[in-house]
Design a protein around this ligand. Structure first.
Ligand code: EPU
Length: 442
């Protein structure tokens, strides 16, 4: 059985000080997998010491590849000794990585076996858009019970239009088509900056990938890729977590590495609610300025307000004066954390708004929706949060409950601390650096 860990938080104090962001969770492990195309050692700098990165390292080692986690957040990866093309179900469920391996496996072995990925339980998260794209490149896919055999003697460039925008699907198609013969054109591709980080890395390896206006990516197939060196972009989700923590605790925190370019939709909402921030080159200072106002949020693929920010933003809105609405459109079941917030005294009403064209508004496949899922929440603030014993269900929910416990005066206990390690490096330690009273126990 996995070890269960707990956070014990004595809340009610403003956060103060400075914190430096780590490399993006949703980029680092993908670069490690892309490195498997080359026999030489790629150097990935600024990787995050999080479970998602380490489990990818473990999978690559089990496949015979070389991974060396070095000092100063540098990991080197080589695919030279890769000897296995199977991601077992035990390994698959460790993260979202499984389908990212298909490209490197096909290029070396002409076949791949992958099983369903794991990751946060925030919806069904099927892989139809990944697999349809890979089939369009000429691969054959047989699969049942979450195991898939993919085979192709050679991949051929193609024109593929994603039926709906998908971040992971876009990543996987970019990775898989780099060595395909001829040109691949991806239409209706996702615009997430983490995808650009992956593209930048692959281009350094010798790929020929370009973003074109109108959600188009073109990939000119090349014959081979060589090793490269790249620094992972800072984590914009971590930036928003610290920003919301600073504002919700009426504090003042300098977030080093917070890039205004990738935080546009967040800063726009801060302007509306009256959250204080000051941009200083590559850093942003977030500070409490005045009583926050409520607002309405619709989560949206990049450049919109990101789904991963929605839960921490909800905590912030419990401190705004009036009624705020959060409408989650990316995942069909991402509101489980509200049950925990209600224990702390948050007043919230979950509902399903009338949506005239749900097919266009929601990113999930409508057939994955269930009558018991809610897609919107009305939050009534300001709420006086009281400490509680809480259960962390997933990564972002974990950060959210930590935030709420930092606001609540008194002692809260949160079980499931290890889930937060999937995407935040030493979150408790970083918060202690901002004068939070947070301890971690088994
Ligand atoms: N979807 C399908 N079929 C597919 C692909 C996606 O139905 O083939 C659905 C998903 O179930 C979801 C929606 O489409 O409802 C959007 O999914 P997307 O593929 O865009 O998301 P993802 O690749 O699974 C990544 C991040 C998420 C982040 C989303 C949106 C990684 C490892 N994960 O997930 O990060 O929320 O993009 O930007 O890159 C997190 O960090 O907490 C997290 C969940």
């Amino acid at each position: 059985m996995n070890k269960r860990e707990k956070f014990v938080i004595e809340g009610g104090k403003p956060l103060k000080g400075e914190v430096t962001l780590c490399g993006a969770k949703n980029s680092g492990f993908k670069l490690m997998i892309a490195s498997l195309y080359a026999d030489g050692r790629s150097e990935i700098r600024n990787f995050s010491k999080i479970t998602d990165t380490f489990s990818t390292g473990e999978i690559i080692r089990n496949l015979g590849g070389e991974v060396i986690f070095g000092e100063n957040h540098i990991v080197t990866v080589s695919g030279k000794s890769l000897s296995n093309w199977v991601i077992s179900s035990g390994q698959g469920k460790l993260s979202r990585a499984a389908t990212y391996f298909i490209g490197p496996f096909l290029s070396r072995f002409g076949k791949a076996v992958v099983s369903n990925p794991g990751g946060c339980k925030i919806g069904r998260r099927p892989l139809d858009r990944h697999f349809e794209g890979i089939k369009a490149l000429g691969a054959k896919i047989k699969g049942q019970d979450g195991h898939y055999l993919i085979s192709a003697k050679e991949l051929k460039g193609t024109r593929y239009r994603f039926p709906k925008v998908t971040h992971g699907g876009t990543d996987v198609m970019v990775i898989t088509s780099v060595l395909a013969k001829g040109k691949t054109v991806l239409e209706n591709a996702a615009l997430e900056p983490e995808i650009d980080d992956l593209i930048a890395f692959l281009n350094k390896m010798g790929a020929k990938i370009e973003r074109k206006p109108g959600r188009i990516i073109t990939i000119e197939g090349v014959k081979e890729l060589k090793s490269a060196s790249h620094s992972v972009m800072p984590d914009r989700n971590e930036a928003v977590t610290f920003a919301c923590a600073a504002l919700a605790t009426k504090g003042d925190v300098l977030v080093k590495g917070a890039d205004k370019k990738v935080l546009g939709a967040f800063l726009e909402q801060l302007d509306k609610v009256g959250g204080g921030y000051e941009i200083d080159g590559k850093d942003i200072r977030f500070y409490y300025k005045k009583q926050l106002s409520p607002c309405n949020i619709l989560t949206h693929p990049y450049p919109g307000f990101m789904t991963d920010w929605m839960a921490v933003w909800s905590v912030l809105m419990t401190q705004a004066k009036g009624e705020s609405v959060i409408h989650e459109t990316i995942f069909e079941n991402r509101f489980a954390f509200f049950e925990q917030l209600i224990k702390m005294g948050v007043k919230v009403k979950l509902f399903n708004p009338r949506v005239p064209r749900p097919e266009e508004v929601y990113s999930f496949n409508l057939k994955d929706d269930r009558p018991e899922y809610f897609h919107a929440a009305r939050i009534f603030g300001p709420a006086t949060l009281k400490p509680a014993r809480l259960e962390i269900a997933d990564l972002r929910a974990g950060a959210t409950l930590i935030l709420a416990s930092l606001i609540a005066k008194g002692k809260s206990e949160l079980t499931g601390a290890e889930l937060v390690d999937r995407g935040y490096e030493n979150l408790d330690e970083k918060l202690r650096g901002l004068k939070a009273n947070i301890k971690r126990t088994e």
